[in-house]
Design a protein around this ligand. Structure first.
Ligand code: ADP
Ligand code: MG
Length: 691
C-alpha cells in the first residue's frame, strides 16, 4: 500500500466511514497516519483500588469477584455490574447495554479497567467506575501479552460523535499493520547526525508508544522532519531569488541621500541607524534584498523606508511603497511630499479610489518614468502597472504580502527589485524563522526619545459613566478620543453592545455637544475614508470604531482610547489598537473595559496594563491563545504545521534549520529533498521544484 492510496483500502473503512473521515480531512493513508493523537492516556501505571482518587483517569487491574445483571431505565436496558478486587479493596464497575459482555465477564477472571473513579452512591467510600475509557478481560484468547498492551500509553485522538476513540485506535492499528510504503523524507546523513528515529518506527511510536521516552523521540523526529522540509523549501526559495536575474547594485550613499538625512528634524535612534545600515548594505550588493523590519508601533519605521526609497531614486530607479489601507497610503503620501518634494523628488499616489482616467494618468507617469516614488495600496502590484526600472518595493503592515507575492515581483521585469517588508506585529523569533524564513530580519526595539508612556487601566463596566465623563473633559481640553468595540451591529444571539449601539448611546447622551463619528469594516470604503479624514482633520472629536483603526493611523491629537469588552481582543491586537494613541506630546490614557469574568481574562488584561513591550505581549498571546490565531492572522501561504509547535519546539526548529542550511550545500541531500518537496509541499514551493 502507498501513502497516497485512499483510506478505503484499510480494513474497517467502508463508504460510510470513508465519508466521515473525509469530513475530518482524512482522504489518504498518509492523512490518517498524520492524524496525530491529541494527547495520551497513561495506563501503564496501575493504581491500587485503595489508592484511587475521585475524578481522575486511572487504571486498575483486579479479579472479578461478583457479577450482577439487571434491567433498568424506561427502555429496559441491560446493566451489568462487576465487583473487582485487587487485595487492597473493591471497585464497582458498570456497563450499560453491553449484553454481549456477559459471556466474557466471568467470576475469577482477571480484568484491566481504565476510567474515572467516583464515590459509589451509598457505598461508604467505595469507588465505582462507569463509562470506562477502555478495558481488557483476560481470557484464553486474550493472553497476558495483550493485557499488557492494554496497560500501555493509549493515544487519544480528536474524535467525533460518529468516529470514536476505539474506532481510531483500531483503524490506526490496522493501518500500521498493513504493509505501507513509508519512504524516508530526510536525507540519511541528517538522520544520522541528528539521531532521528527511523521514520516507520516514529509513526508506530507516535500512535502507540511503548513508553514516554520513545514517544518523545518519535515526536521529535516527526516535528524535525516537518520543520526541516519547510526550512529547506524556504531557503531554496531564497537561494533562487539570489541566483535569478541579478538584483540592482545600488551605489554608495550620494549627495541627495546625505542632504535628505540632514533635513530630518531628528537624529535616528540606535536601532533605526543599525537597521538602516543593514538595508543600505543589502541594497549595495547585487543580490536582491529580502528584508523584514520589525519594529513596534511608533518606533519610526517610515523614515527608514523613506531613506531606502531615496537611495533607489538616487540610483535612477523607481520605488514603490505599499500600504494596507487608503488612509495610511494617503498619510504616507502627504508626509513624503512634505519631506521629499523640496529635493525635486517626484511622488505619485495610486489607489483603487482614483477614477479610471486619473489612474491611467498615473500608469503613464510610472511607465514614462515621470515619477520617482509611487505610494499606494494593493493597486500597486496589479498587472497594468508597468514600472520603468523598479528598484525597491516597500510594504508597510502587509501580512498578506506573503511568499507568493514576493515571488510574483521577481517576474516583473528583467532586474529583480529589492524588497523591504515592514511590520509592527511583533512576531516571535521562532515564527520569523518559519513564516518569514526567506527573509533577513532587522529589529527596531527602542522608541524615539521623549515619548510619554501610555497609561493603561482595566476597569469594570459599572465604571463607564465615570470613564466617559473623564473622556468628555479631555475633549473639552481639545483632545480627541477613540472608542473601540468588538461588534459592528446588533446580533440576536449576542448580549454584547455593538459599535452602532454604543455610538448612539454616546452621541445622544453625554457627548451630544461633541462631534462624533462611527467607522466600521462594513461601510463602503469611501464612507470610511470620509469619516477617518474628518477625524484626522479634527472635525470629529470622538470616533467610535471597530478594529478597522488597528493599523498605522496617525492622529497625534488623539490621546485617549476606551476599549469596550476588551477581553474579546487578543493582546497583540490590543497593543496595536493602543498604538493609535500616545503619538503626540500629550499624556495618553487607554482604558480597557471588561467584566473580567474568568481568571484568564483578568490575567491577560493585567499584562496589558503592566507592559508596553509588543514582543512580550505577542509571546504572552501565543502562550495563552495558541499559535493557531497567530498563524491564521498572517495568511502567509505556508503549510499548516501538523505536529511541530512553533513555540514549544523552538529547539527542534533551530536544529532543523541548521540541518537544512547544511543540506543545501550537499548535492546528494538536495537531490533527495527536492522530489520530497515537490510531492509534499507542491503548492507552497512550486516555483523552486519546477526547475
Ligand atoms: P511606525 O514605526 O509605527 O511606522 P512612524 O514611522 O510612524 O512609526 O513614526 C512615529 C513618529 O515618530 C513619527 O511622527 C516620526 O516622525 C517620529 N520619529 C521617527 N523617528 C524618530 C526619531 N529618531 N526621533 C524622534 N522622532 C522620531
Ligand atoms: Mg508605520
Amino acid at each position: 500500500m502507498k501513502v497516497t492510496d485512499s483510506v478505503q483500502y484499510i480494513k474497517g473503512v467502508g463508504p460510510k466511514k470513508k465519508a466521515e473521515l473525509a469530513r475530518l480531512g482524512i482522504a489518504t493513508v498518509y492523512d490518517l497516519l498524520t492524524y496525530f493523537p491529541r494527547t495520551y492516556e497513561d495506563q501503564s501505571v496501575l493504581t491500587r483500588i485503595a489508592d484511587l482518587r475521585p475524578g481522575e483517569q486511572q487504571t486498575v487491574s483486579g479479579v472479578i469477584t461478583k457479577l450482577q445483571e439487571r434491567q433498568g431505565g424506561r427502555r429496559g436496558m441491560t446493566i451489568l455490574t462487576a465487583l473487582i478486587g485487587d487485595g487492597s479493596g473493591f471497585l464497582k464497575v458498570t456497563w450499560f447495554n453491553q449484553k454481549y459482555l456477559k459471556k466474557q465477564l466471568i467470576v475469577g477472571r482477571r480484568i484491566f479497567v481504565t476510567g474515572r473513579a467516583a464515590y459509589a452512591f451509598g457505598g461508604r467510600g467505595q469507588f465505582e467506575m462507569s463509562q470506562l475509557s477502555s478495558f481488557e478481560i483476560l481470557t484464553e484468547e486474550t493472553g497476558e501479552e495483550e493485557a499488557a498492551a492494554h496497560c500501555g500509553i493509549q493515544p487519544v485522538y480528536p474524535a467525533t460523535e460518529r468516529l470514536n476513540q476505539k474506532f481510531f485506535r483500531k483503524l490506526l492499528q490496522e493501518a500500521l499493520a498493513a504493509d505501507i510504503e513509508l519512504p524516508e523524507v530526510v536525507p540519511a546523513s541528517v538522520c544520522q547526525e541528528y539521531h532521528l528515529m527511523p521514520r516507520r518506527e516514529a509513526f508506530e511510536t507516535i500512535h502507540f508508544p511503548k513508553d514516554f521516552a520513545a514517544l518523545k523521540a518519535a515526536r521529535r523526529r516527526l516535528a524535525f522532519e516537518e520543520l526541516y522540509l519547510i526550512q529547506c523549501g524556504l531557503m531554496l526559495l531564497k537561494k533562487k531569488v539570489q541566483q535569478s536575474a541579478a538584483g540592482i547594485r545600488h551605489a554608495k550613499d550620494g549627495e541627495l541621500l546625505t542632504r535628505v538625512r540632514k533635513s530630518l528634524p531628528f537624529t535616528l535612534t540606535h536601532d533605526q541607524e543599525s537597521t538602516w545600515q543593514d538595508i543600505r548594505g543589502d541594497m549595495e550588493r547585487d543580490v536582491p534584498m529580502r528584508r523584514l523590519v520589525q519594529g513596534d508601533v511608533g518606533s519610526g519605521k517610515t523614515v527608514i523606508a523613506m531613506l531606502a526609497l531615496v537611495k533607489t531614486v538616487e540610483n535612477g530607479c523607481q520605488g514603490a511603497l505599499m500600504a494596507p489601507t487608503e488612509i495610511l497610503a494617503e498619510q504616507h503620501y502627504e508626509s513624503f511630499c512634505r519631506q521629499l518634494q523640496p529635493f525635486g523628488i517626484r511622488i505619485s499616489f495610486l489607489s483603487g479610489r482614483l477614477t479610471k482616467k486619473q489612474r491611467e494618468a498615473v500608469y503613464h507617469e510610472i511607465a514614462a518614468h515621470e515619477t520617482d516614488i509611487v505610494i499606494g495600496t494593493h493597486a500597486l502590484i496589479q498587472d497594468d502597472v508597468q514600472f520603468n526600472r523598479l528598484g525597491l518595493v516597500v510594504t508597510d503592515e502587509q501580512h498578506r504580502f506573503g511568499v507568493a507575492q514576493r515571488t510574483a515581483l521577481e517576474k516583473k521585469g528583467s532586474c529583480v527589485p529589492d524588497v523591504l517588508v515592514m511590520t509592527a506585529t511583533p512576531i516571535p523569533r521562532t515564527m520569523t524563522l518559519t513564516v518569514y524564513g526567506d527573509l533577513d530580519v532587522s529589529l527596531i526595539r527602542e522608541l524615539p526619545p521623549g515619548r510619554k508612556p501610555i497609561r493603561t487601566f482595566v476597569r469594570r463596566p459599572d465604571r463607564r459613566p465615570l470613564i466617559y465623563r473623564y473622556v468628555h473633559s479631555q475633549l473639552e481640553e481639545g483632545r480627541q478620543a477613540y472608542v473601540v468595540c468588538p461588534l459592528i451591529e446588533m446580533k440576536e444571539d449576542s448580549d454584547l453592545p455593538s459599535a452602532e449601539e454604543i455610538y448612539d448611546e454616546l452621541r445622544y447622551g453625554i457627548f451630544q455637544d461633541m462631534a462624533c463619528g462611527l467607522v466600521h469594516g462594513k461601510m463602503r470604503p469611501a464612507e470610511k475614508e470620509a469619516v477617518m479624514e474628518a477625524f484626522y482633520k479634527g472635525e470629529i472629536k470622538l470616533l467610535v470604531s471597530t478594529t478597522v483603526i488597528e493599523v498605522g493611523v496617525n492622529v497625534p491629537n488623539a490621546s485617549i482610547m476606551v476599549v469596550e469588552h476588551a477581553d474579546r481582543f487578543g493582546l497583540s491586537q490590543l497593543h496595536q489598537l493602543r498604538g493609535r494613541i500616545g503619538r503626540g506630546s500629550y499624556a495618553s490614557y487607554c482604558i480597557l473595559v471588561s467584566e473580567g469574568k474568568t481568571q484568564q481574562a483578568r490575567e491577560r488584561l493585567t499584562i496589558m496594563a503592566e507592559t508596553s513591550d509588543g514582543f512580550r505581549l505577542a509571546e504572552e498571546d501565543l502562550r495563552l491563545r495558541g499559535p493557531g490565531q497567530f498563524f491564521g492572522a498572517m495568511q502567509h501561504g505556508l503549510p499548516d504545521l501538523k505536529i511541530a509547535d512553533v513555540l514549544k519546539d523552538s529547539d527542534i526548529l533551530i536544529e532543523a534549520r541548521r540541518a537544512a542550511i547544511a543540506s543545501l550545500k550537499r548535492r546528494e541531500d538536495l537531490d533527495f529533498v527536492l522530489p520530497v518537496l515537490a510531492l509534499q509541499y507542491r503548492e507552497q514551493f512550486q516555483h523552486i521544484t519546477e526547475s
